[in-house]
Design a binder for this molecule. Structure first.
Ligand SMILES: *Cc1c(COP(=O)(O)O)cnc(C)c1O
Length: 377
């Protein structure tokens, strides 16, 4: 089955008993047992729920993994994966990782003596230099936010294999439609399903896919022990989102290519960051390891004032955090998603005051270009 067919027919579909074409929402906490100590596959919904299980099966299919797990948010998913490690373990992490992941690692996990080194994982040498005897994992986010830096997942996985390390990839920006880290050698994939997978700005959720029975047992043990599970209603909404993920990503990719080309030509735009732009540092790698460039574009309009002006003029780009929805969104990373990072570090990472980030939606491309033309004038 190919990806778009899997989105419709993959995993568990419908309900055998009634013929219902969509998976029912099993809004239930506990299950009647035929005898004490015997159950029908489900005993308590933290441990397992049929609606959640259907979602977990389809995401494992889409990522070509062994098993999937659904969590209450992307951060709950990432936190649960980090529970695989022990005090004294060391993890190497992409330096411009999602702000919530940065906060989790530096403010929460450090209380549990998990040590870490942030490096530019787009540069393999930096990973090699950061390796220690106690290194257990490499956590990669690619493409990154907001500068869309690209890490070579296959090269990182080969390096990790030689050292016996676990490779975890945050695949939120690329989505399983465009990029499958497990096919490139990664062990664990995490998603903020709040973004493209849900796709309609109406669910907060996280997903994990692992590549082996051993990791599946460990992650399920943690999921059941920690309990940060996704409820059945939200699991159902994600399955509904997944059915159109391929169509949405094609529409978003199509619009983003046109907008990136428009911005690159515009005299008020100093620089465009978009992995589908031949001048982008990650262009070749993105073209090799992914099937599309996604819908995230950042561009520098030179100053905070200019960026504010653009945001106040746009009609169809909604000023909001988050990304990956059907509606186009616009933000200023320095003032919003990345405001908690000290200005010096922000500037060192390239997140200048005039940088605008857009998440391209599925609106008519002519309306989006007209909107940006007006706002940049
Ligand atoms: C949003 C996001 C997260 C966190 O997900 P939540 O669903 O908001 O908890 C993690 N990684 C990336 C890349 C994200 O964009």
């Amino acid at each position: 089955m190919r990806q778009k067919t899997k989105m419709v027919h993959g995993g568990i579909t419908g309900d055998e008993q009634t013929g219902a074409v969509s998976v029912p929402i099993y809004q239930v906490s506990t299950y009647k047992q035929p005898e004490a100590g015997k159950h029908t596959g489900y005993e308590y919904s933290r441990t397992g729920n049929p609606t959640r299980h259907a979602l977990e099966t389809v995401i494992a299919d889409l990522e070509n993994g062994y098993a999937g797990f659904a969590f209450a948010s992307g951060m709950a998913a990432i936190t649960s994966v980090m529970m695989l490690f022990k005090p004294g373990d060391h993890i190497i992490i992409t330096d411009d990782v999602y702000g919530g992941s940065y906060r989790l690692i530096t403010k929460v996990l450090m209380n549990f003596q998990l040590s870490y080194t942030f490096v530019n994982t787009a540069n393999l040498k930096e990973i090699e230099t950061a390796l220690k005897p106690e290194t257990k994992a490499i956590f990669v986010e690619t493409p990154t936010n907001p500068l869309l830096k690209i890490t070579d997942i296959q090269a990182v996985s080969e390096l990790a294999d030689r050292q016996g390390l676990t490779v975890i990839v945050d695949n939120t920006f690329a989505t399983p439609y465009f990029q499958n880290p497990i096919d490139l050698g990664a062990d664990i994939v995490v998603h903020s399903a709040t973004k493209y997978i849900g796709g309609h700005s109406d669910v907060v959720a996280g997903l994990v896919v692992v590549n082996s029975a051993e990791l599946a047992d460990s992650v399920h043990f943690i999921q059941n022990s920690v309990g940060a599970v996704l409820g059945p209603q939200d699991a159902w909404l994600l399955m509904r989102g997944i059915k159109t993920l391929g169509l949405r990503m094609e529409a978003i990719d199509h619009n983003a290519r046109k907008i990136a080309a428009f911005l690159a030509e515009h005299q008020s735009v100093k620089q465009v960051y978009y992995p589908g732009d031949v001048s982008h540092s990650g262009y070749e790698l993105a073209s090799k390891q992914a099937r599309g460039y996604g819908g995230m574009i950042s561009f520098d309009v030179g100053s905070e004032e200019a960026a504010d002006r653009v945001l106040s003029q746009v009609k169809y780009f909604t000023l909001a955090e988050s990304l990956g929805a059907v509606e186009s969104l616009i933000s200023i990373p320095a003032k919003m998603t990345h405001a908690s990072i000290p200005r010096e570090r922000r500037l060192a990472l390239g997140i200048v005051d005039g940088l605008i980030r857009i998440s391209v939606g599925i609106e008519d491309i002519d309306d989006l270009i007209e909107d940006l033309t007006g706002a940049l004038a």
